[in-house]
Ligand binder design. Structure first.
Ligand code: G3I
Length: 320
């Protein structure tokens, strides 16, 4: 059995992958993306972000996001929708606009309401607020925080819930996969949202890790338990494990161990509903363009051939 089939047999909702519109012209790539034995879920890597969906104020374009939503529907794959409020990939009318508390709040609510309404019924979950924290656990000083304060977070969740009461609403971030100031701050965000009387269903643990310094299975599992104790589910939402190039047999073996430990942490935690890798092949990974000299972060290589990491994941999911 493949990755999704094994995950579901274990009681998870899905195993999935990110994808992106430009890759969909690659027929060999699409053949594996459509393989529902491995992928029961997909996430659009870029095409639902603010710059893609509302490039100028109150003008919405869903063409590229719809391509991926329609592909998921045609394949019977769940869709994780990504994302509504993030400091990055904002159109310049937001990031360089002239704002007051009231006007930015109105623009944020209008964005959320329109995008969530458009995709109503199509998403398993929305990443409502993405990366709202700095690594020291303070709020990230983004434009929403500057004009609205921490209240932008619960208001974003309440606005999303009003537009689609059925979709799961997630806070999503990195470096919250293990105990520490940032994970504690993310737990405080869950409490903050609830203190406003708003709904949060889940926390996304991105999982952009490094071969050989990936947090241990036990530290990831105990961190998941800390979120679950607050009454939310968790998911690993953007898993990839990069290395300094060139890739060697030893690095690939360590990468297999690191993938297996991370996926096993989700497997052993009932509140962890699924795992998403941040694209499945090194051919389309975001890593090399961001971290010079690093890459080979995905379970399939740039020739779409499975690496040892694939077997590590499968074994962690109880599959053979
Ligand atoms: O769309 C433009 C295109 O018009 C232009 O010609 C081209 C030239 O550079 O750039 C295109 O934009 C790129 C965009 O992806 C769409 O392809 C950006 O340069 C590039 O920076 C952007 O990268 C994305 C990155 O988020 C931006 O922060 C990655 O593909 C995407 O995988 C990555 O995903 C994020 C998650 O959303 C949040 N968590 C971290 C994760 C990895 O950074």
């Amino acid at each position: 059995a493949g990755l999704d089939t094994s995950a579901v047999a274990l009681g998870k909702l899905y195993f999935g992958t990110a994808t992106d519109n430009p890759e969909l012209t690659d027929t060999a790539y699409v053949t594996q993306l459509n393989n529902t034995d491995d992928f029961g879920q997909i996430t659009p890597g870029n095409s639902q972000k603010w710059d893609a969906t509302e490039p100028s104020q109150n003008t919405f374009t869903f063409t590229n996001g719809d391509v991926i939503a329609d592909l998921a529907e045609a394949n019977g794959q769940k869709l994780r929708c990504h994302n509504l409020v993030w400091y990055n990939q904002l159109p310049s009318w937001v990031s360089s606009g002239t704002w007051t508390n009231a006007t930015l709040l109105a623009a944020m609510k209008n964005h959320i309401t329109n995008v969530v309404t458009h995709y109503k019924g199509q998403c398993y979950a929305w990443d409502v607020v993405n990366e709202g924290l700095a690594d020291d656990g303070t709020y990230r000083d983004n434009i929403f925080y500057q004009y609205i304060g921490e209240a932008y977070i619960p208001i974003a969740f309440a606005t999303a819930a009003a537009a689609d009461p059925d979709v799961k609403l997630y806070y999503n971030d990195y470096n919250i996969e293990y105990a520490g100031a940032k994970s504690t701050a993310a737990q405080n965000i869950v409490k903050l949202i609830k203190s406003y009387g708003a709904k949060i269903d889940g926390v996304g643990l991105q999982g952009h890790f490094i071969v050989g310094s990936t947090p241990s299975q036990s530290s990831q599992a105990s961190n998941m338990a800390a979120f679950a104790a607050l009454g939310v589910e968790v998911a690993i939402t953007e898993l990839d494990i990069r290395m300094t190039l060139p890739s060697t047999d030893a690095l690939l073996a360590q990468q297999k161990t690191d993938y297996a430990g991370t996926v096993a942490a989700c497997a052993q935690t009932s509140a962890c509903v699924g795992v998403t890798i941040w694209d499945w092949t090194d051919k389309y990974s975001w890593v090399p363009s961001t971290f010079s000299g690093q890459g080979a972060a995905c379970p399939w290589d740039e020739n779409l051939v499975k690496k040892p990491a694939y077997t590590g994941i499968l074994t962690a999911l109880g599959g053979t």
